[in-house]
Design a binder for this molecule. Structure first.
Ligand SMILES: [Zn+2]
Ligand SMILES: [Zn+2]
Length: 296
């Protein structure tokens, strides 16, 4: 299927405009993230990274063991493009809430002083919490906020890398797992299309893959007695599937019921209340926090 995370800037703006009308409580957040997502699309056009090569032999081994094509640390980053995007996102953030604006200014000052952004991007790819925490303390920026800037700056490189790698998936048997076939990360969202097809979207590289309905992507559980769901009458397009085996949950959008242009990264943001409800019911997010975890 076409990757639903690949929309043109004008379509991202259209999707955001429709959501703003429907969910006025999220207007400020939508405006901010819309600008970030549009900047990412603009940046993606200028990225220059060589496709990662995987030999037939390695591909066969990975396929036989249900292993993803690469580890997140294996993604290539165009540090020039990611650095420029980081500056652009800092500029956008300067118009956001005072806390984020202040952090953006601190990061800009550090970039102007010559901070080693390339290493910071690498630490994020390697999920090196300790090192990112050290950098955050040095810059006097909150840890989650630093992750936000770093992740969103490299996101277009990750997506392009995933697109380049996806040609290998065409040579493999259909992927049946709940983790991303490209990078092994957990899904951020599940999407139902017409005729009941279900897709999962990777929280890290945004790759979209087909998945069985009724599967908990976090523990591979299909048992109907473990999988439940909740939804609200006012928001029929959203459902939250819960798993009593691993106590995790999956937010799901039904595109037929939504009847509007869907850009999943925006949907992830306007469903934060569902994350809160899931948490109140005793379920945890399956996301590691190095991904599309929004900040307010
Ligand atoms: Zn992925
Ligand atoms: Zn589970």
């Amino acid at each position: 299927m076409a990757q639903m995370t690949a929309l043109k800037p004008e379509d991202i703006k259209r999707a955001a405009a429709e959501l703003k009308e429907q969910r006025p409580a999220y207007i400020k957040m939508l405006e901010f993230y819309q600008a970030v997502f549009v900047a990412q699309e603009e940046s993606k056009k200028n990225i220059d990274i060589a496709p990662i090569q995987i030999s037939d032999e390695l591909l066969e081994i990975k396929s036989g063991r249900d292993l993803p094509l690469i580890d997140p640390a294996g993604f290539m980053i165009d540090t020039e493009a990611a650095g420029k995007l980081c500056l652009a996102i800092c500029d956008i953030a300067k118009t956001a809430n005072p806390h984020l604006a202040q952090s953006a200014q601190k990061l800009l000052d550090a970039i102007n002083r010559g901070i080693d952004l390339t290493s910071a991007f690498t630490h994020l790819l390697q999920a090196n919490h300790a090192q990112i925490d050290r950098t955050a303390k040095q810059l006097d920026i909150e840890y989650n906020v630093l992750i936000f800037f770093l992740y969103n700056s490299i996101n277009p490189c990750l997506r392009l890398g995933a697109e380049q790698l996806s040609v290998y998936l065409e040579r493999q048997d259909p992927w049946q797992q709940g983790y991303c076939p490209i990078c092994g990360s957990p899904p951020v969202l599940s999407v139902l299309e017409d005729e009941g097809q279900r897709f999962l979207i990777c929280s890290f590289c945004w790759h979209t893959w087909s998945a069985k309905r009724g599967l908990c992507p976090f523990c591979d559980q299909h048992d109907k007695t473990s999988i439940g769901y909740f939804f609200s009458e006012e928001e029929k397009e959203y459902r939250v599937y819960t798993c009593d085996t691993c106590k995790k949950y999956t937010k799901t959008i039904d595109t037929v019921k939504a009847d509007r242009l869907i850009y999943p990264p925006l949907e992830q943001l306007v469903t934060l209340h569902l994350d809160m409800q899931a948490s109140q019911k005793g379920y945890q997010s399956g996301l590691p926090g190095f991904d599309l975890t929004p900040i307010k």
